[in-house]
Every structure is written in structure tokens, then in C-alpha cells.
Design a protein around this ligand. Structure first.
Ligand code: KIV
Length: 270
């Protein structure tokens, strides 16, 4: 059995990530458990414990019913598997409605997990919350553009940055959030030229998802990129392997071998 050598051996901190802007694209994937976190650790710089787990793991329609307890549980699991990647905790819907609530929940994240930053969705209207968190020593990834936690209030997932006014609004969001102390900006579901304008306007790194090729880094949801989540595939998702097909093939073979008593054979018997 060959021993895999990880690409990254040192611990990745937020300072490492900041220093990568304009130097080398940052890679980030989601993970929700120790098994996959261990697979991704040492390869990608960052792991996001996204509230997307509510859909891909829990089978819910959207992310809105994820809770702090669930997110903490999954982040602890990811922390058990990932030792070098910089872990980001996705604050679930309702956990940062005021600065006080956000701070209380973010302190809980730092107390109970080894996440290095929390992510919150929102533009300049969330700048005060970002300021309070960062002034209290909590690193924040500010998520702008298409915000999945707004799916019910906006009646769907809407691509942003389609006209000059919206690009201007996104730029204002990014600049205000940076001024409030955000460590990174995650830009989701925006036209490539809007994400490029945001990336060029800020000094902090931007991580894109469905935001073209000019952001400082990219993130994908693991179950999308490896072909396990089959309910739908947004245009921006590239499938790097066909996980569901591979599992089905393996499962079929297992069933047929059990039925025919080909398994367990000598090799797998004490
Ligand atoms: O929850 C999540 O996985 C996310 C990504 C889509 C960025 O927020």
C-alpha cells in the first residue's frame, strides 16, 4: 500500500491565507465529517464547514433550518480529521441577527471547535456585526453576492452583478465589510466581471463560488464536485469524479457477491 504524501505539511493560518492574495490561488472545499476532512487535509488550504450540509447531509430543501448545535457537532468532527487546513465555521441562519447574538455564538465556536474563522452572509448592513466580532478577536469571512440563507425571502437563488448598479452595490458591500475588519470575502453566484472588480478593490483575499476565474481562491461543496449530490447541478459546479456512480457500482458488486456467496472468500476470512 503506498503512503500518500500531503501537498501541505504546515498549519495554514489566516495570515498564510492573507499572504496568498495575488501570489497563488487559494483552494477551499467543504467538509462535514472527520473522514472527508482527513482526505482533504494537507491538500487544500481551507475547509469550510458549510451549512450546505443541511441539504447534502440532512436532505433538507435549503440551508435555513441548520442550527448552531449541528454546525458545532460537524465542525468538531472536521477538526478531528483536519490538522493543517484553516477551518471556517458557517454561522447558520438566525445565529447572527444582532451583534450580541453573533458574538455569543461566535465565542461558542471558538470555545467548542478549532475553527479559525466564522462566515456570515450579508453585505454592508452586516458591517456592524463584523466590526464587533473582529474587535473581539473573532476572524470573519464575509459572504456576499448570492446568499443561500436568503432563498426564502428572495424567492430563489438569484445571480448578482448583472448591471452597473449591482456591481456598485457589491463593491460597496465588500469595501464596508473590509473596513469593518473582515478577514476574507466569499463571493457567491455573481457575474465574473463583478467578482473581478470586487477582488481588485479589496486588499483582503476573495474566495469565489460561481464567480468566475478572477477571485483569489475558489470553493466548491464536496458532494457537488465529487458527484455525490445528484438532486441538481448548478452551472458553476464541475464534477471532478462521479462518486455516486462509483458507489453504486461497488454496491452492486457487493450485493451480487453476497448473493452468490463469493464474498467473503478465503482472503477475507479468519
Ligand atoms: O454552505 C456552504 O457550503 C457555503 C458555500 C456554498 C460557500 O456557504
Amino acid at each position: 500500500m503506498s503512503i500518500h504524501t500531503p501537498r501541505i505539511e504546515k498549519k495554514i493560518t489566516l495570515s498564510t491565507i492573507s499572504a496568498m492574495k495575488g501570489v497563488e490561488p487559494i483552494t477551499m472545499v467543504t467538509a462535514y465529517d472527520a473522514l472527508f476532512a482527513r482526505l482533504f487535509d494537507g491538500e487544500v488550504e481551507m475547509i469550510l464547514v458549510g451549512d450546505s450540509l443541511n441539504m447534502s447531509f440532512l436532505g433538507k430543501e435549503d440551508t435555513l433550518s441548520a442550527t448552531m448545535d449541528q454546525m458545532i457537532y460537524h465542525t468538531q468532527a472536521v477538526g478531528n480529521g483536519a490538522k493543517s487546513a484553516c477551518i471556517v465555521f458557517d454561522m447558520p441562519f438566525g445565529s447572527y441577527t444582532t451583534a450580541d447574538i453573533a458574538l455569543e455564538n461566535a465565542v461558542r465556536v471558538y470555545h467548542e471547535t478549532n475553527a479559525q474563522a466564522v462566515k456570515i452572509e450579508g453585505g454592508k448592513e452586516k458591517a456592524d456585526i463584523v466590526r464587533v466580532l473582529s474587535e473581539n478577536g473573532v476572524a470573519v469571512v464575509a459572504h456576499i453576492g448570492l446568499m443561500p440563507q436568503h432563498v426564502r425571502s428572495e424567492g430563489g437563488y438569484k445571480v448578482r452583478g448583472k448591471d452597473e448598479d449591482d456591481i456598485k452595490a457589491l463593491l460597496e458591500d465588500a469595501l464596508d465589510l473590509q473596513a469593518a475588519g473582515a478577514a476574507l470575502i466569499l463571493v457567491e453566484g455573481v457575474k465574473a466581471e463583478a467578482a473581478k472588480a470586487v477582488t481588485e478593490a479589496v486588499q483582503i483575499p476573495t474566495i469565489g463560488i460561481g464567480a468566475g476565474n478572477s477571485t483569489d481562491g475558489q470553493v466548491l461543496v464536496w458532494s457537488d464536485m465529487f458527484g455525490f449530490f445528484e438532486a441538481f447541478k448548478p452551472k458553476f459546479v464541475k464534477r471532478y469524479c462521479d462518486g455516486a456512480k462509483e458507489v453504486r457500482e461497488g454496491l452492486e458488486q457487493y450485493i451480487s457477491e453476497v448473493k452468490s456467496r463469493a464474498f467473503p472468500d478465503e482472503e477475507h476470512t479468519y
